[in-house]
Design a protein around this ligand. Structure first.
Ligand code: EPS
Length: 399
């Protein structure tokens, strides 16, 4: 079982959401201001519905923390739902006409009912608040190692930003992203995205998009090629695909790899002595098509993950469906929802990715306290910088 795990519980209109994180070392300073700012950011973005005007998501720490610092025991977090009404049948009526694209149909059959309500309550993207909290906690651990994650919106519907994220100068993009109503670092592209959402709203429709996360300063060697379950790219894909409404995940160049020759895909390796002290140990690449992962392990370049979110399946105009009680054709039910939640999804993905990186860090460097973990990390990099540890035996070199 992985060292660092997180579990969530809670329905969209139940009393609240719960996150349980196990495997954090003692001594991690939890920055509640940062964690709550991430929760707030997840609530935002142009195109959200009425729910976010009701809620003020805040993480309440129930265990595992003393005076803002972890003590090594499980960390439980509660996020209260103000719009709690699950036990009131008048306020949460049964849903008999499943929305195409939602969990409604498959879930109601699975749990042997014609009322999709119970299914949709847990399938709702409200749950992503709990996962965002877990990721934001993980980022408090990653900070100790200088690891940072930057997530943003790459496209919404047909409006896209084609710019690059320079590994050595990405901070200006962070400020630009935070100034954008759709969390895209480019003003012109943001305007196009807002227009796409506005037009969809007018047509009682919804739109999806692409979100991207870049992770900086990972040491070389996180993850493993020994077992497929330990491959970090596979684990990132699993975690990102598990976000509500995500339909594809790519690492680096992603599916474009299939259209290019090897010489155009693989990133040439060079060594820059002036960067030997960095977590990449001086190994540099002129490009990063691999998205920082080779053989399921970090190679020192930034990790680049992209996810595609489908348009939200709750359409104000409805979609062709059937009434599960009569099997007669009817249009799907409407629940209060969002026209577009891609901006929120970028925050969720950023934090979900951070959690997986933190889990890989825990596996490589262990330790019961953050001090011990950091010492293990420092010693590993120190030793790796000393390679080759023994003088190479040139007679055994294959010609
Ligand atoms: C969400 C809360 C939900 C939806 C959305 C995400 O609120 P409500 O259903 O009460 O309006 O806005 O959920 C979905 C997109 C979905 O598919 O269920 C949230 O807090 O992010």
């Amino acid at each position: 079982m992985p060292l660092l795990t997180s579990h969530t519980a809670g329905e969209s209109h139940g009393p609240g959401l719960i996150t349980l994180i196990q495997g954090l070392p003692a001594g991690v300073e939890l920055d509640e201001g940062f964690i709550n700012a991430e929760l707030r950011r997840r609530q935002g973005g142009y195109g959200r519905g009425g729910r976010q005007r009701i809620e003020t998501d805040r993480a309440e720490f129930l265990s595992g923390v003393r005076q803002g610092v972890t003590i090594g025991s499980p960390v439980a977090i509660r996020i209260a739902n103000k719009d709690s009404r699950l036990d009131d049948p008048a306020k949460t009526p049964p849903v008999y006409r499943p929305r195409p694209g939602h969990a409604d149909l498959a879930g109601s059959v699975k749990w042997l009912t014609t009322d999709c309500r119970a299914t949709l309550e847990r399938a709702s993207a409200r749950e992503t608040a709990a996962r965002t909290a877990a990721g934001a906690v993980a980022r408090c651990l990653l900070r100790v190692f200088g690891i940072e994650v930057f997530g943003f919106v790459r496209s919404i519907h047909a409006a896209a930003w084609e710019g690059d994220v320079p590994a050595d100068n990405w901070r200006p993009l962070l400020a630009a992203r935070d100034a954008s109503e759709v969390y895209c670092p480019d003003e012109r592209a943001s305007a196009g995205m807002i227009e796409a959402i506005r037009a969809a709203k007018v047509d009682k429709d919804t739109v999806g998009g692409l979100v991207e996360a870049h992770v900086f300063n990972c040491p070389v060697g996180l993850g493993s090629c020994v077992d497929w379950r330990d491959k970090l790219d596979a684990r990132l894909a699993f975690a990102v695909m598990g976000i509500q409404a995500f339909k594809s995940v790519e690492i680096g160049l992603g599916k474009q790899c299939a259209e290019r020759r090897g010489s155009e895909v693989h990133d040439p390796i060079a060594f820059d002595r002036s960067r030997e002290e960095t977590p990449a140990l001086g190994f540099v690449r002129s490009r990063n098509n691999a998205g920082g992962l080779e053989g399921g392990m970090t190679n020192g370049a930034p990790i680049v993950v992209r996810g595609a979110m489908k348009p939200i399946s709750t359409l104000l105009q409805g979609m062709p469906s059937v009434n599960l009680n009569t099997k007669e054709p009817e249009r799907s039910d409407y629940e209060r929802s969002d026209v577009c939640a891609v901006s929120a999804a970028s925050v969720v993905m950023e934090n979900v990715v951070a959690f997986e990186i933190a889990a890989a860090m825990r596996e490589k460097f262990g330790g019961d306290s953050i001090l011990e973990m950091k010492q293990n990390y420092d010693r590993f990099l120190e030793t790796a910088r000393m390679l080759p540890l023994e003088p190479p035996d040139q007679s055994k070199t294959i010609a």
